[in-house]
Design a protein around this ligand. Structure first.
Ligand code: FES
Ligand SMILES: [Fe+2]
Length: 385
């Protein structure tokens, strides 16, 4: 696929979005389009890295993460200040940290350059005093925290995250997310495009088919309702939990409103809550048809010392794994359909509203960026401020 093909694909996607059609299949199958998506969508928007309460609970130290192919390291100093840097030594580029560790310094294993948790060089063994230390600071990565998640904007030029999702604040405000801790995590490998996973996660409509005998009787598709996002970078769909569903959930807090909600901060945060617990599905894109999914179960901090918690967590994670297995079968078949020759675009309905919202955001961002990028069929002219 040439760069002008990418430009044409984005133009076609704009037309599809305006006519409630699904995105062109090449956006799920083309390696070249995935490269564009990585550079523009993942790097220029806000993507989640990890949970802040987990970082703070671990104390001063650092945690390496790979975010959309970029190696970063998150540091927490003794005053609980969080910073994010590229996880690359400023000497000759070796990866600095390969595992989380407590302590006050990062030390490169190659020639022992070391860095403080604020990114300043701490020691450059045998290096002349003439060398400008300021040039040897770790490269900072822009970050913000929201509802307990640490987000980064790798390109560093996005609008503030809180502005991008202003309407979502009041929706999630009383859920207690900012202090919730990760109680368990489970990883799955996915051999389909990340958008197939996102789309599957964010609508309840597929309970009718994929989860016909499991979730549909408990959380019926017909009872779901999606909020208007007013064109912002988020979606949120709620469904009332049936009594039967609540009675089967070991972590249920019966004092809370019996609704389940799934929400997303576009493009990669997929999260949700139900009375007594919350969860997020971390999507780690690797290539056009491969990503990792890590399901994280979040619980309020006061539950962490509960002796029954471990048994309850095992039940929840086993249930979640069984549902995810059902989803994986559907996602495999969706990717196969999208990859089929002669496939044409499908039709989105009001039951696919979160997907329409995400597609509009995605295509809007691509159209905006492609206008200024001659490598993508754009004019290359700068917009006036
Ligand atoms: S590459 Fe890190 S000290 Fe040389
Ligand atoms: Fe599902």
């Amino acid at each position: 696929m040439t760069t002008s093909d990418i430009g044409a694909l984005i133009a076609a996607a704009g037309d599809h979005v305006r006519h409630d059609r699904t995105l062109p299949a090449e956006m799920y199958t083309s390696a070249e389009f995935f490269a564009t998506e990585s550079r523009w969508v993942f790097q220029k928007s806000w993507v989640p890295v990890c949970r802040v309460p987990d970082l703070l609970a671990a104390g001063a130290g650092y945690t390496p993460k790979v975010v959309c192919g970029v190696e970063v390291v998150v540091t927490v100093d003794e005053g609980q200040r969080i910073r994010v840097f590229l996880n690359v030594c400023r000497h000759r580029g070796m990866l600095l940290a390969d595992r989380p560790q407590q302590g006050k310094k990062l030390v490169c294993g190659y020639h022992r350059w070391s860095y403080r948790l604020d990114g300043e060089p701490a020691g450059l063994p045998l290096v002349s005093r003439e060398v400008d230390r300021a040039r040897c600071r770790l490269h900072p990565v822009r970050h913000e925290t929201w509802q307990g998640w640490l987000f980064v904007n790798l390109a560093g030029d996005a609008r503030s995250l809180t502005d991008e999702i202003s309407g979502l604040h009041e929706v999630v405000d009383d859920v207690g997310l900012p202090t919730m801790l990760t109680a368990a995590s489970r990883e799955f490998v996915s051999t389909w495009n990340w958008k197939v996973m996102w789309e599957n996660y964010n609508e309840f409509y597929h309970h009718l088919g994929t989860h016909r005998d499991t979730l549909e009787p408990l959380l019926p598709a017909a009872t779901a309702s999606t909020l208007d996002n007013h064109g912002e970078a988020w979606s949120c769909t709620t469904v009332p939990c049936t009594e039967q569903y609540l009675s089967m959930q070991p972590l249920t807090d019966h004092r809370r409103t019996p609704d389940m909600a799934l929400f997303s901060v576009f493009p990669l945060l997929c999260a949700g809550w139900q009375p007594g617990s919350a969860f997020w599905m971390e999507i780690i894109p690797e290539d056009v048809v491969r990503h990792k999914v890590v399901w994280h179960l979040l619980v309020p901090p006061e539950r962490m010392d509960d002796p029954k918690l471990e048994t309850e967590i095992t039940r929840v994670m086993d249930g979640l794994g069984a549902i995810h297995d059902e989803d994986m079968k559907s996602c495999t078949l969706v990717q196969r359909g999208l990859s089929s020759a002669l496939n044409t675009s499908g039709n989105l309905t009001e039951l696919d509203k979160p997907i329409s919202q995400m597609h509009r955001w995605l295509v809007g961002l691509l159209e905006h960026l492609s206008k200024d990028d001659p490598s993508c069929g754009g004019s290359g002219r700068q917009r006036s401020a």
